[in-house]
Design a protein around this ligand. Sequence first.
Ligand SMILES: *[C@@H]1O[C@H](CO)[C@@H](O)[C@H](O)[C@H]1NC(C)=O
Ligand SMILES: *[C@@H]1O[C@H](CO)[C@@H](O)[C@H](O)[C@H]1NC(C)=O
Ligand SMILES: *[C@@H]1O[C@H](CO)[C@@H](O)[C@H](O)[C@H]1NC(C)=O
Length: 485
Amino acid sequence: MSSIIQPNLTLSSDMKYSCSPLKIIAGSVITIYLTFILFLSNNELNFLPSNLLSPLLVKLPSSISSRPSENSPTEIKHLMFGLLGSAKAWEHRYSYIESWWRPNITRGYLYLDKNPSPEFHPWPKSSPPLKISDDISKLLRETKHVAPVMVRMVHAIYEIFREDHEGVRWFVMGDDDSIFFVDNWVDVLGRYDHTKYFYIGGQSETILSNYYYSFNQGFGGAGFALSYPLAKALANNMEGCLRRYPYLNSADLITMSCIADLGVSHTAQKGIHQIDLKNNISGFLSSHPQAPLLSLHHFDSVDPIFPSKTRSDSTNHLMKAANFDQTRLLQQTICYNRNTKWSFSISWGYSAHIYEKIIPRCILQTPIETFRPWVSTSQKPHYMFNVRLESEDSCESPHIFYLDEVKKMSRSNEIVTSYVRAAPRGLSSCSNHSADGINKIKVFSPATKLIETGRSECCEITSNVHGTDMAEIKIRPCMMDEVIA
Ligand SMILES: *[C@@H]1O[C@H](CO)[C@@H](O)[C@H](O)[C@H]1NC(C)=O
Ligand SMILES: *[C@@H]1O[C@H](CO)[C@@H](O)[C@H](O)[C@H]1NC(C)=O
Ligand SMILES: *[C@@H]1O[C@H](CO)[C@@H](O)[C@H](O)[C@H]1NC(C)=O
């Protein structure tokens, strides 16, 4: 507790020197507080528990993500999506949204800048209901805002809150070139208390993007969630917000600034992916952090995620696995074959790798840098995570297999995902056990939701991989104290 005292003292001594608006606000809070204490001391002081007398000793909430304090578990109907797009880009982006949008089940709207071209009339039922963004030209003229498009995006928070939102607990804002994994959003948001103030988003993968914008902002393309009270406060103060920051040229920065003005700061959530990466993100998706996959942004600017498929076919292909089990999607499971000394790394629903060597888990968890940073500089480090370089060394370079089929086996209550070799590896063998002959990997996983335990699942190679063209792997819960090595 003593560590809490220090920052408070520092803050008050700073105030002597600065005369920013912050000081005035902070100062008035202190004054109100003192008045409160003085008032109390004359009256009810004796009846109060002693810890109320000193603000520094008041117990902090033990966990900010404590269980919701009221109501039932969070369900899909409690989420309202506000999706931002432009009429121009919609022609080639609708397939992204339609891959995950569930008509009449997912709630929310798509906001376009203007009416889309005639081919989209009547508006398809497979797309989110269409809204045309409010005309805010008067406000833009008055504020001489530097980035009108950005203002439209922030204003959408006000516009969506204006819609019928009965029972809504979370407003999730995102872009039209993102894919959302809605069941995972429901599970993850359900861990936070929607009756409190929460601004939940993801950081950029590229260090410089976070630096240029803010380490404290939710990168909106990938989506961020506002709890009901926060969305309400933002919506009610929207005009003031937009008038305060006419010089900010990013919707995310404006949103973050206005949320900060409400006293709320950003909660970084893993699994929300801005994909501020370029080219080939296969290495990134094959070593996903151990957290539910929530979104993938920038699908227009990265290579198709499956070789020899288009972008929209790739999206639908990934959604095939997602439709069977979102909880395991891209979750990395690692196991070893002792006879052949091979390492298997499965990124469920996406890829499988075989290395002809036993490589520790902590290394296999590190993405292979098949991609480049969004902001290019010669200076490293580029990313918010460690990377491994692509290697021509036959002991470091994996044999790579991509998702082929997904099936449910009703009898055993399992899901079978199979992964096929994309191309020959083209390297000599690392040991006297070559994996060149393996063309397919079948992975059996439980047809039940992955319950998060803070630990990954374990796997076992259940077939004899020597001299055959297929490997079979079973994913199962790890045993107590089991070491994956
Ligand atoms: C959604 O609901 C409306 C009205 O209840 C119905 O007319 C429409 O066919 C439904 N759409 C889908 C795709 O189920
Ligand atoms: C991306 O890189 C991976 C790993 O090298 C490779 O298997 C895949 O074919 C590449 N994808 C594309 C679209 O080039
Ligand atoms: C493979 O090589 C290892 C030594 O690297 C040796 O011990 C083993 O007997 C070899 N196995 C076969 C089947 O040749």
